[in-house]
Design a protein around this ligand. Structure first.
Ligand code: UGA
Length: 437
């Protein structure tokens, strides 16, 4: 099939390369000329493991190309994927202006029947809005279908998530479009990946319901971790044992400083707002949002306690800036909260992240960004661990204990062995593991 993916963010680019890998001919288009020029030169505008080689392989096979001519790419395509961003507005709602612009462009360039497919995370009912905008802007009686195919890609492992998905959701209301989508995802049909065909509104709901559920799960385990802190139980064992129950599942039960990133905070708020607009009170999702914002504060206060509530004049090493490992993305990262608070309270900061130093530099200049973990911890009065990079998890604690000025450490992600920390003489805290001290 000839496919046009509009939007070359991580969703658009990974999906474009993935669809090309499935044997389709894909043009990824974007109005941002700088991005397209980078891509044409074989460069990826952000860090995503394996993506450079994945894109290269498909470009070299002649199945993947890039273009600034969005209108022309639309004309040549059988299926158009919309993968532009839907950021959070001030009132919590998803901002759909980029989607509306794209729908208008599609309408103006509709030269024959096409399937228009939404990949971006959009509120229930957006498919219908897109249909109306295209209808208004198209200048002939040409037919089209608007369908929904939400993405479930995790940053840091999106290439694998695209090629080996748990499931594919396709909201489609015409047989013709359904057959076309079966062709688009042919290799996944052949290997019997679960593919759920449903209507557009249900597909849109599945995406929000899934992300919000995972956010609820994280907030739940964070509350249990706080309870463990108060009772002396070990959340690590609680979470492991809970996960052994197939009905619960072991994933997304890792406590920490709260979830971040460009999806969970935005999508939970958008879902609550959608519910409110429809007269449905989503109390559980609202509670998860509240717990999440309190969690950062709680974990930050643990750090302060380690310094007798006074961090003024202290040099603190922050290990991990990205909102999670294997990405350079710092959007809604707990490190932002920690940096803001610590600078405000008069601490000096050194920081190390294997990929996200540059992005954090754009937000905070008053931090000494280091090229290595060792450099960051040298002469520090304390360490805070915020991201689960392997390099941080596997740090040589013996060596670190000799480099720091004072052996004080907050492990906000429960990555380090508490017994080893104790043996090396660290004064430390983690999240919900009090009895191992
Ligand atoms: C999330 C979903 O996992 C994807 O399925 C979805 O496609 C994507 O949003 C999206 O809507 O585009 P992502 O934001 O990349 O993916 O990252 P996750 O791995 O889900 O992590 C989100 C946050 O939750 C991170 O801050 C992570 O540290 C935190 N988290 C995750 C926990 O605190 N505990 C856990 O057990 C798991």
């Amino acid at each position: 099939m000839n496919i046009n993916v509009i939007g070359t963010g991580y969703v658009g680019l990974v999906s474009g390369a993935g669809l090309a890998d499935f044997g389709n001919h894909v043009v990824c288009s974007d109005i941002n000329k700088d991005k397209i020029n980078l891509l044409k030169n074989g460069k990826i505008p952000f860090y995503e493991p394996g993506l450079t080689e994945f894109v290269k392989r498909n470009v070299e096979a002649g199945r993947l190309s890039f273009s600034n001519e969005v209108g022309e790419s639309i004309k040549d395509a059988d299926v158009i994927f919309i993968a532009v961003w839907t950021p959070m507005s001030d009132n919590g709602e998803a901002n759909l202006s980029a989607i509306e612009n794209v729908a208008e462009t599609i309408g103006r360039n509709l030269n024959e029947y096409k399937v228009v497919c939404t990949k971006s995370t959009v509120p229930v009912g957006t498919g219908e809005k897109i249909r109306k905008v295209i209808e208004k802007n198209k200048n002939s009686k040409i037919n089209f279908d608007v369908i929904s195919n939400p993405e479930f890609l995790r940053e840091g492992s999106s290439v694998k998530d695209f090629l080996i998905p748990n499931r594919v959701i396709i909201g489609v209301e015409s047989e013709k479009a359904k057959e076309i989508m079966k062709n688009v995802y042919r290799p996944l049909f052949i290997n019997e990946t679960p593919i759920v065909f449903t209507d557009v509104k249900t597909a849109e709901t599945i995406k929000y319901a899934s992300n919000a559920f995972l956010a609820v799960k994280i907030s739940y385990i964070n509350e249990i971790a706080n309870l463990c802190d108060a009772t002396g139980a070990d959340v690590h064992v609680v979470s492991k044992a809970m996960g052994l129950d197939n009905r619960i599942g072991s994933k997304f039960l890792h406590p920490g400083p709260g979830y971040g990133g460009s999806c969970f905070p935005k999508d939970t708020n958008a879902l609550v707002k959608l519910g409110k607009n429809k007269g449905v009170d989503l109390t559980i999702v609202k509670a998860a949002i509240k717990t999440n914002s309190k969690q950062r504060e709680k974990v930050y206060n643990k750090l302060k306690k380690l310094f007798n509530n006074n961090v003024k004049g202290k040099t603190i090493a922050i290990l991990g800036l990205a909102f999670k490992s294997n990405t350079d993305d710092v959007r809604q990262s707990s490190a932002i909260y920690f940096i803001e608070k610590l600078l405000d309270e008069g601490a000096s900061l050194k920081a190390f992240d294997p990929a996200a130093n540059e992005n954090m530099k754009k937000l905070f200049l008053k931090v000494n960004y280091c090229d290595s973990l060792e450099e960051a911890v040298t002469d520090a009065d304390g360490i805070v661990v915020l991201t689960e990079w392997h390099e941080i998890r596997g740090m040589d604690l013996e060596k670190v204990s000799k480099l720091v000025k004072t052996k004080i450490l907050l492990d906000a992600k429960n990555l380090l062995n508490p017994h080893e920390l104790k043996r090396l003489g660290f004064t430390f805290k983690n999240v919900g593991r009090p009895n191992v001290r």
